[in-house]
Ligand binder design. Structure first.
Ligand code: ZN
Length: 392
């Protein structure tokens, strides 16, 4: 089975899938299964008798759950049709709904032809999303094609999940979908919703859900089209290095001098960054370290990474960090302890660090160096402090 989710983002839509293909008994067939495709839509117009031109083209995304054979066959035939559209009416643009209708038409043929050779129990189906920016409706749309059986008669139909405002649609394995939806709408301790892509990744990596897994694949739809993005991620085999991955395939080095992709999405870099943070703090990343030690190391590494750049460090959850042991003349991001009213250091910062680079409505929880009581402080209340007290 599969998990596919498609949701709205400020610039358009994002769609994610897993890459695991399973057998009928739910055992893993492969984790190299591509389930996201771009649909090239091309139309030519009759310019004069026997001459076609004035090409119009755009792209949409296609994601499926269910039978891989039937979905791949459908995409092979349907995308051939969407690239060979013609019209005698110049300016008559094929809409995303028309593309969904083409996929629906082809899917019905492909599924019927395969299933008429099988008894009921052996019949296969799939459902799919066709999504992206529609040049006719001039908005982002998501159409779902699925099968319907009424009076023993099978047909495919198109459901239009038009988005007005925030949109979240899923298809695939029902328990994985329920798990994802529950997590994505659950606010964290700071009252923020999690990032859907990170939540999606967590569900794919959850070993308790065996029907989905493998690598995360991502497609992004913007006004100028839909593209599949590779992930910039920590290498599974060597977590101290970063690779460019497409459905788990390492595409870092390109081919014959050509690179693959212009853009990528960072996902799963936390593992790499977490290890880097520990190493920079003189800790062995292969040792088990307490979570709050890791959190402090990662926060301090974050400060170093954004220092002197245009970037900022976002804290949008409650995060418990190890208490720092300040050293003479060290620079610290500090906060005023509500219990003893003294300024206590939270984390070591580079010299000259600009505290306004720490943003977000989350907070850090540490232990006050003076009174040893818990201190909880949000980015807006931080101060920079140079430590000038003896610490021993
Ligand atoms: Zn205190």
């Amino acid at each position: 089975m599969t998990l596919i989710a498609c949701w709205s983002e400020p610039a358009g839509l994002k769609c994610a899938s897993d890459s695991r293909l399973t057998r009928n008994d739910e055992s893993v067939l492969t984790e190299a299964g591509g389930k996201l495709f771009t649909i090239p839509v091309k139309c030519k117009y009759l310019v004069e008798e026997g001459k076609w031109g004035n090409d119009f083209s755009y792209t949409l995304g296609f994601a499926f759950a269910g039978s891989t054979l039937l979905a791949n066959n459908t995409h092979a035939l349907a995308s051939t049709l969407t690239q060979q559209l013609t019209s005698k009416e110049t300016g008559d643009v094929p809409s995303a709904k028309t593309v969904a209708n083409i996929y629906c038409f082809v899917a019905e043929y492909v599924i019927k032809d395969r299933n008429m050779r099988e008894h009921t129990a052996g019949r296969l189906y799939f459902e799919a999303l066709i999504f992206g920016y529609c040049p006719v409706e001039k908005t982002f749309v998501c159409h779902c094609i699925k099968h319907e059986i009424t009076d023993n008669s099978f047909s495919m139909k198109v459901e239009s999940w038009h988005e007005k405002g925030p949109f979240m649609g899923t298809i695939g394995d029902s328990s994985a979908r329920a798990n994802f939806i529950t997590k994505v709408y659950r606010k964290n301790a700071a009252g923020n919703h999690p990032d859907p892509l990170h939540t999606f990744r967590d569900v794919i990596e959850d070993e308790n859900i065996s029907t989905v897994g493998g690598a995360v694949q991502v497609a992004i739809s913007e006004k100028d089209g839909t593209s599949i993005y590779p992930l910039l991620t920590a290498d599974e085999k060597n977590p101290d290095s970063i690779i460019l991955s497409l459905a788990g395939l390492d595409v870092t080095y390109g081919m014959d001098g050509f690179a693959f992709f212009m853009k990528s999405i960072e996902l799963g870099l936390e593992k790499f960054m977490g290890r880097l943070a520990l190493k920079n703090k003189g800790l062995d990343p292969d040792e088990r370290v307490p979570q709050k030690t890791q959190n402090l190391a990662s926060m301090e590494e974050g400060l170093r990474q954004v220092h002197g750049t245009g970037q900022s460090l976002k804290i949008d959850d409650q995060c418990t960090i190890d208490s720092v042991k300040p050293v003479m003349a060290g620079h610290y991001v500090s906060a005023i302890c509500k219990s003893c009213k003294k300024t206590t250091p939270l984390m070591l910062a580079p010299r000259g660090f600009d505290k306004s680079k720490i943003r977000g409505n989350g907070s850090l929880i540490s232990i006050c160096w003076h009174c040893k009581l818990p201190v909880c402080a949000s980015p807006g209340s931080y101060e920079m402090q140079t430590w000038n007290l003896p610490t021993l």
